[in-house]
Ligand binder design. Structure first.
Ligand code: SAM
Length: 320
């Protein structure tokens, strides 16, 4: 494939106000408060507010879910620019926002449920909001902390001239005792060790594990951030998560047929991951443009088998 070095995405950031966003708004099929119901497997996509318990109940139609995964705005000025969707407010206001959306979801969790929150940590601002969020989560006594996963940042420690101060972290909590399946990477198991005596004979880890590859563990070095040369890229969506990361969460914390909740859809990663793995997704975004992109992404996937648009626009209409 001939990939131009200078190729750029067909859509700029669309959470920012301006003519690009104005052109897209009339193309959005949902208005605030409306929900799209997938006619094939029953996914739902709404233009709803994650901080409203009423909206979350409407999204799940009063059902409870065994897995909720959420990727709220991180309270950073993304790419140095803020918008209503990807906002930056005081840490006190951000904690109020966090408290509200977490409370709004609790009633929709099953007795045994996994609850994941993506968050960021700004290394120049005392690791906010990660540090604050971890403390806030202690208020929710029904949720027990279980793990804290970090994603590799290629421009992190070790590249002082090109140091990126923003980290992405994943917090894992449980309510009750939800199921958990170990998940494996594609990384070969090369270290020998963990000698243990079993029935009088000494075994190393080669003999004790059935997998030739290592488990995902809590540092996900094998998952790359999404950028415009990846097939899964969604132009215009500036805060997209890697599909592989969401698929790993689904594999570990849900089973085929389960209902999964994500109240911050954006590019619709959780919806695509659910579609590919036989789960049913209930998702929403407060912004009709991102709800529209989410619906288009699954329609595009069903038509073409492609998980994104790479650098092409999700809006094929001539005026875009
Ligand atoms: C970090 S992005 C989520 C990225 C997503 N995981 C993906 O892979 O594309 C956060 C999204 O939350 C949305 N959002 C902000 N406030 C919201 C609210 N109160 N309710 C629902 N969505 C909200 C923003 O519009 C934005 O699209």
């Amino acid at each position: 494939m001939n990939i131009s070095r200078h190729r750029r995405e067909a859509l700029p950031r669309i959470d920012l106000a301006g003519p690009d966003r104005d052109r897209l708004l009339p193309l959005c099929r949902l208005k605030p408060g409306e929900i799209w119901q997938d006619p094939i497997v029953g996914h739902r996509v709404g233009v709803l507010d994650a901080t409203s318990q009423e909206d979350v109940r409407r999204l799940t139609a009063g059902e409870t879910v065994g897995l909720a995964l959420n990727d709220p705005p991180y309270n950073f000025s993304v790419g140095g620019r803020r918008s209503t969707d990807l906002f930056q407010v005081s840490i006190t206001e951000y904690m109020d926002f966090s408290r509200k959306w977490i409370s709004a979801q609790l009633g929709s969790l099953a007795d045994d449920a996994a609850f994941y929150v993506w968050t960021g940590a700004d290394q120049r601002r005392g690791f906010a909001p990660l540090a604050d969020l971890v403390i806030l989560m202690r208020e929710f006594e029904e949720l027990s902390s279980r793990n804290f996963i970090t994603l590799r940042n290629q421009r992190g420690y070790g590249t002082p001239m090109n140091w990126m101060s923003i980290r992405q972290e994943l917090l894992y909590y449980t309510k009750g005792s939800p199921p958990f399946q170990p998940v494996y990477t594609l990384i070969p198991r090369i270290l020998k060790g963990y000698y243990k005596s079993v029935g009088g004979s000494i075994r190393d880890n080669d003999a004790r594990s059935r997998s030739p590859t290592i488990r995902a563990g809590n540092v996900w070095v094998d998952i790359q951030q999404v950028f415009y040369r990846l097939a899964e890229n969604v132009p215009g969506a500036y805060a997209q998560k890697p599909l592989a990361a969401v698929e790993r969460i689904l594999a570990a914390s849900s089973r085929a047929g389960d209902k999964v909740l994500d109240c911050f859809s954006h590019s619709g990663t959780t919806l695509i991951a659910c579609e590919r793995s036989g789960r049913v997704c209930y998702t929403c975004d407060v912004d009709p443009v991102f709800a529209e992109i989410t619906i288009r992404r699954i329609e595009h996937f069903r038509q073409s088998g492609r998980t994104g648009w790479q650098w092409q626009s999700p809006f094929a209409e001539p005026e875009c």
